[in-house]
Each structure stands twice: as structure tokens, then as C-alpha cells.
Design a protein around this ligand. Structure first.
Ligand code: GLA
Length: 710
């Protein structure tokens, strides 16, 4: 037996890497004493054969390949012209990595090599697994499926939390009981998708934000995927995920390799929030660029919901002037500046500044914006083309299609095959030239349709190739313009995974700027992504997507805890609202360093509230948000129990938002303790254990409470 043990502060994994046998994960969970021998853990796992199933307990493996002979589950699947389908991988070699291990496997029967790179971050316990398949045979290999890995999890975790949604309702959570057989989520949209976020959690019945065991797995990939949890008939439970491949999509010539996307996984013994903090640290330290981490995230103004396609340089200049006066630091010009793009029917692909709308070019607007001390950002949707465009008229063969099958209509646009070098070159040249010609420091990179017919000119599937080409194009632009930040947007939040975040700087969370929707959406996104990369904008009073009217106080409170921005018409909003907005921007800036670097604690509350806090790393201060989503069930709501602060220190508690608080029936605790003024001091222990009685407030109110160590 050859066991490899990796330890983090609160987590241990033990891999069985016995030579000549398939590699498997023997243990993944709470830290096991360093003096405990891995062989003892293996002994405790000895299983027997049973009547009605095999005479021996079948081994599990990381690949769950067919040669194992499992009756219910097959993961890895490949063949050569219908033969060589029965792979059984054997560990050939184990190599040490800096924080992990490389496992090199071979199957001499089918002439395949399979390598795993497994790393465990010793501080956070974040586990990363990637796998690479190599064809050592002398004929091509068709790969049907290669989940990155299967990870066994303890059967006492009875709940599965999946992440699902739709346009303007992203990051919804669905908690279901794990049954027998397979829990499956598949995505064939060619992008990360709204409906199947590439992640899942396995938790105990009692697990909540602050306690209970939970495992989280995320697939760092912006394309088709398959996520599964299998409860085998023999009682064992496995979670697996990987890219979903279409027929014939990956054909490896002799000597060629296929690399699976990485699984980023973590275990927490103390609830969902603790798990999220591990993922946040991973995103911050491993994915985001250090230079961008170091720079405060500028408050945005985005033109989309303000003007849509109605671009007018004078009005935009006036808007920019007003935005700067409110404290905005970056002005982003959204869709409509190029080609014949006066609506969403035409012009996509023609990345030349429109003479009709900008007769003097973009320079006067860019100069005006930068002259006001703001950065200038611009929208592109590089992967797409309108049939009514010069680009499509010149290159109809550049679009993905299935020959003889009509495209599904989707925002009147087709998808370009950006894995073609000529297409990628055209897009790079256009984006590069736009960035060179103007003082632009930000790109909103959009992607607004599914790849419903992802066929290339040779008739083969180009879906995975498209994702790799996207990452390559993003990297090429980054290399040429390292100071330019890139936002990943896809009809709102349909491309907000850890794969694209290795090549971009923030995500657009949702096209819904409705603050009530946003409280839920941002909470869902926060399971994996830290607040500073979530674009959170203050929309118009009359929400365009839901038709709801919400106060500025509510809208601003909801946007200011993420990467704050505005997306409303500053020429038509009420002055009193704009004054309040300026105050919210000031408040955001005052707490930006805390919000964008602190530890997130989502709180369990009554269903009519949503609450969370961000606590500074040294626990010297914290900002908590409590949203009254609907009316309270009783006359007065319950208490807010703070979390994550130091029980042994004292904090000054102050209500810092809304700017104009007035109790429905005064005096509430807020007035009696002067929380809106100089505040009151309490021990961290009392704030966390006894909690603070919440005042009665009308629905659609959001309180922001600040704690500072005294
Ligand atoms: C998508 C984005 C929006 C906006 C429009 C422009 O829907 O999510 O924010 O950029 O495209 O067409």
C-alpha cells in the first residue's frame, strides 16, 4: 500500500496511490491527528463482498473507469473505433509537488496515460485537482467523457445544494435530499450558464451558515459541464464533475493529450460561510492579479440602463460630469458605440466607432471622462456577430453552425468560431486597436447567447475549443494591455466561474438591478465569489426588469457592499435621490478596504430578513447588512446576532445607513442607544451571543451597522 497524506490546518486528505492499482481518495475531511497512520484509516475502511453484488468490494478510483466493473457508475469513457473502451488505470509513479502530489497512471491494455495534479492549500484546505489524458496508442482515441475526478464523500451528508437560476435570477440555491442513484446537472449551453452554475455542496441535514459539515466543489470552466453525485447501491457516495463533451468533440491523435478543467473543492466543519471564506481566499490569492488586488476598485458608472442604444456625446458628457460630481471613478460606455449597432438587430462584430453617432470619434468623450479624473471603460461582445453586419456579410463562414440545420434565434446573433486563428486575429486586432487609440482601462466583455449549434467548418464540434480560445484571447489582450481590467459578463451572470476568473478581473452578477432580487442573487454568488468581484449597481427607481419601485436608500445599501456602480440616468433622477446616492458612494469608499478584503459571514435569520457581515481580517472592525425583505411575522422582529468578531474585545456599534433613519414608532433601540449618532459600546461576546434587538422597519429597508473596536 502506498498512501499519500496532505494536511491543511483543518483538513486532511489521504490518497491511495498503491502502484499497479487505480488511484483513489481514501479520506477527505476534518483534520486527522498527525500521529494517525494512514494505513489505520485504510484498515477502518475495509469492506466486504455481498450477496447480489460482487464477491469482493469493488474499488473506487479518481476516474471511475469501466475496467473497475461498477454496475451503476462509469465516469471515464473512451474508445478507438469501438475497441479499447475498457480502461483500468494503474498508478505508475507518484511525484511530489510543492503543496501536493502528481499521480502518473498508465493503462497498458488501452495504451493510455492519465495524470493527476492534486494540491491542498495548507492554510485554507482548498483542494485543487486537474487531470490530463494522453493517447500512447498508434491510432486516434475518441474521448466520450472524462470527469476531472470523482471524490468520495461521507454518506452521512444527506443534502445536496445545487445552484440554478435564469436570466435576472442567477445563483439560486436548491437544497434537495440525496436519494439513491444519481443527482445530475448538465449544461450544454456552451457558456457557464444561468441554469447550472458549475458547483455543488454536500451538507448534513442540520448544516447552516454557522455550523455543520459541508463539502463544496466548483468546476473552474466556462463551458459545457456535467456535475453529479452518485449514491451507489453499495452505500458509497461520490461527487464528480468535469467538462461535458459532445460526440467526437475530443479525438486524440497518437501522442496528443486532453487536459480536464480543474476542480476547486473545500471542506468546512462549521457551516456554509466558513466554506465560502475558503473559496474567497482562493479567488483572491490564486486567481486575481496582485496589482488589481492592491488597487481600490473604482466606483463605476455604466451607461446601459441609462441610455441603452440612444448614444449622444453631449448627453453622455453631461452624465459623466454629474457622475464625477457624485464620486464615481470609472465611466463605462456600454453597447451601442460601434458599427450599425443602433439596436440589437445589427452591427455586432463591426468593432469600429460609429461615425453616425460619434462623428468626431470616441476621443472627445474619452478625453472628457479622463479629464474629470475618471477611468474610461468600454463594452465588447467579441464572440458574437449579427447576421446584419459587415463582418458577417464578408465572412458568413466564420459563424458556428450545424450544416443544414437552422440556427435557434437568440438575440438576433450568431456565435463566431473564435478557435479559428483568422477570427481570433481579427478580434484581437480590433480590441487592441481600440485600446491603443484611446485611453481605455476597462473592458466589459459580454457574451449573450448559447452555443446551440457549435459546429465548425469541418463539421466537428467546437464547444470546448471555443472556451479555450476565449481564455487565450483574454490572455493575449491582458498581455498586450496589462493595465486594462476585464469584466466577464454574459447576459448578466452567466459566465461567472473560477475558470474565467483566471483570465479576468470581475464579473457582472446579474442584469437585474432590482435591489430585492439583488439581495438574493449576491448572496448566492457569495457562496463562491468574494464581494469585490461582484458588479453591484444602483439601478433606476423604477426597476427596468421587474417594474418594482424601490427607494434609493434600499438600492444604494444593496449595491454598496459589493463592487459598487451606478446604472441609472443621472439627467432624469430626482436631486434628492442623487444627494442620497452621493452619500452612499462616500460610505462605500469609507468601507471599501474592509468590504473588499474582509471575511464574509452570512447570517441565518428569519425568512423575512437577509443578513451578512464583512469582518476585517484582524477583527478590528466589521460592517453588517440587514435587509427587511418582507413584513415581519410578529409585531417586532427578532435579534440580530453578529458573527465573526472577537468575543474578547469591545466594539462601538453604529447605524451608518440609511442616511435618514426614522423609526416607524420611536424611540426604538436605535434612538435610545443613539446608534445613529455616536453609537454605543458592547462586548463582542454579547453582540454575538445575545445579539441586538432589531427595530421595526418597513419592508424594503436595509440597515448597515458598523462595529469598530474601541
Ligand atoms: C447584456 C448585459 C447587459 C448589457 C447588454 C448590452 O444583456 O448583461 O449588462 O451590457 O448586454 O447589450
Amino acid at each position: 500500500m502506498h498512501h499519500i497524506r496532505l494536511d491543511a490546518l483543518d483538513c486532511t486528505i489521504i490518497l491511495d496511490c498503491t502502484q499497479g492499482a487505480p488511484p483513489s481518495l481514501l479520506y477527505w475531511g476534518a483534520a486527522i491527528g498527525r500521529d494517525v497512520d494512514s494505513a489505520a484509516v485504510a484498515k477502518l475502511a475495509i469492506r466486504q463482498g455481498m450477496h447480489g453484488v460482487a464477491d469482493v468490494s469493488l474499488p473506487l478510483s479518481l476516474a471511475m473507469e469501466p475496467g473497475l466493473g461498477h454496475p451503476m457508475l462509469q465516469g471515464f469513457s473512451a474508445h478507438r473505433e469501438g475497441r479499447d473502451w475498457g480502461s483500468l488505470f494503474e498508478v505508475a509513479k507518484v511525484e511530489a509537488r510543492e503543496n501536493g502530489v502528481g499521480i502518473i497512471c498508465r493503462d497498458e491494455r488501452t495504451k493510455l496515460g492519465l495524470e493527476y495534479a492534486i494540491d491542498l492549500d495548507s492554510a485554507t484546505g482548498v483542494l485543487r485537482i486537474a487531470s490530463t489524458l494522453t493517447n500512447y496508442g498508434d491510432a486516434a482515441l475518441d474521448l466520450n467523457e472524462m470527469p476531472t475526478a470523482f471524490l468520495p464523500v461521507s454518506a452521512h451528508l444527506t443534502d445536496i445544494v445545487g445552484f440554478t437560476g435564469r436570466w435576472t435570477q442567477e445563483f439560486g440555491r436548491e437544497r434537495v435530499k440525496r436519494g439513491s442513484g444519481t443527482y445530475l446537472r448538465e449544461n450544454r449551453s456552451g457558456r457557464t450558464s444561468h441554469f447550472s452554475y458549475p458547483a455543488l455542496l454536500l451538507a448534513g441535514t442540520e448544516t447552516n451558515e454557522a455550523s455543520g459539515e459541508v463539502y463544496g466543489l466548483h468546476l473552474a470552466w466556462s463551458g459545457n459541464h456535467r456535475l453529479r453525485v452518485d449514491t451507489l447501491t453499495d452505500g458509497r457516495v461520490l461527487a464528480g464533475m468535469g467538462a461535458l463533451l459532445f460526440p467526437g468533440e475530443i479525438r486524440l491523435a497518437p501522442g496528443e493529450s486532453y487536459a480536464s478543467p480543474e476542480i476547486v473543492a473545500a471542506y468546512a466543519a462549521d457551516g456554509f460561510s466558513a466554506l465560502s471564506r475558503k473559496f474567497h481566499t482562493h479567488v483572491r490569492e490564486k486567481l486575481l492579479r496582485p496589482a488589481m488586488r492592491a488597487k481600490p476598485r473604482p466606483v463605476h458608472y455604466n451607461t446601459w440602463e441609462a441610455v441603452y442604444f440612444d448614444h449622444d456625446t453631449d448627453k453622455l458628457k453631461e452624465t459623466a460630469t454629474r457622475a464625477a460630481a457624485l464620486g464615481v471613478e470609472r465611466f463605462v460606455l456600454d453597447d451601442g458605440w460601434f458599427g450599425a449597432r443602433r439596436n440589437d438587430l445589427a452591427g455586432l462584430g463591426d468593432w469600429y466607432v460609429s461615425d453616425a453617432v460619434y462623428p468626431q470619434g470616441l476621443k472627445p468623450l474619452v478625453d472628457h471622462v479622463t479629464g474629470l479624473g475618471m477611468e474610461f471603460g468600454i463594452w465588447f461582445e467579441p464572440e458574437m456577430v449579427n447576421p446584419d453586419s459587415d463582418l458577417y456579410r464578408a465572412h458568413p463562414d466564420w459563424a458556428l453552425e450545424i450544416e443544414g440545420v437552422e440556427q435557434v434565434p437568440f438575440r438576433t446573433q450568431y456565435v463566431l468560431d473564435i478557435s479559428r486563428p483568422d477570427v481570433a486575429e481579427y478580434l484581437f486586432e480590433r480590441i487592441d486597436a481600440t485600446l491603443r487609440d484611446h485611453d481605455i482601462s476597462y473592458i466589459k466583455w459580454d457574451m449573450n447567447r448559447d452555443l446551440s449549434h457549435p459546429g465548425g467548418p469541418d463539421g466537428r464540434v467546437r464547444a470546448a475549443a471555443q472556451v479555450h480560445a476565449l481564455y487565450a484571447l483574454l490572455d493575449r489582450i491582458r498581455a498586450a494591455h496589462p493595465q486594462v481590467e476585464i469584466e466577464s459578463c454574459s447576459s448578466g451572470g452567466a459566465r461567472a466561474d473560477m475558470g474565467v476568473l483566471a483570465h479576468s478581473d470581475r464579473v457582472w452578477t446579474s442584469d437585474s438591478n432590482d435591489a430585492l432580487d439583488r439581495q438574493h442573487i449576491q448572496r448566492g454568488a457569495s457562496f463562491f465569489l468574494p464581494p469585490e468581484i461582484l458588479g453591484c449597481h444602483v439601478g433606476p427607481a423604477h426597476c427596468h426588469v421587474t417594474g418594482r419601485r424601490l427607494s434609493m436608500a434600499m438600492r444604494a445599501a444593496t449595491a454598496l457592499t459589493g463592487h459598487m456602480g451606478l446604472e441609472l440616468n443621472l439627467l432624469t433622477e430626482r436631486q434628492s435621490d442623487l444627494d442620497e446616492l452621493a452619500a452612499a458612494i462616500q460610505l462605500h469608499k469609507a468601507h471599501r478596504a474592509l468590504l473588499h478584503d474582509g471575511d464574509l459571514y452570512r447570517l441565518d435569520t428569519a425568512p423575512e430578513h437577509l443578513a451578512f457581515g464583512v469582518v476585517a481580517r484582524g477583527k478590528g472592525e466589521a460592517l453588517f447588512s440587514l435587509a427587511y425583505m418582507t413584513g415581519d411575522a410578529q409585531v417586532l422582529p427578532g435579534r440580530l446576532r453578529f458573527a465573526g468578531i472577537d468575543p474578547a474585545r469591545h466594539y462601538r456599534l453604529r447605524l451608518v445607513w440609511p442616511q435618514h433613519w426614522s423609526a416607524v414608532k420611536a424611540p426604538s433601540l436605535i434612538e435610545q442607544l443613539d446608534l445613529g449618532g455616536k453609537g454605543a459600546v458592547f462586548s463582542g461576546d454579547a453582540l454575538m451571543k445575545a445579539g441586538m434587538q432589531l427595530p421595526h422597519a418597513q419592508p424594503e429597508t436595509c440597515l448597515l451597522l458598523h462595529l469598530a473596536v474601541v
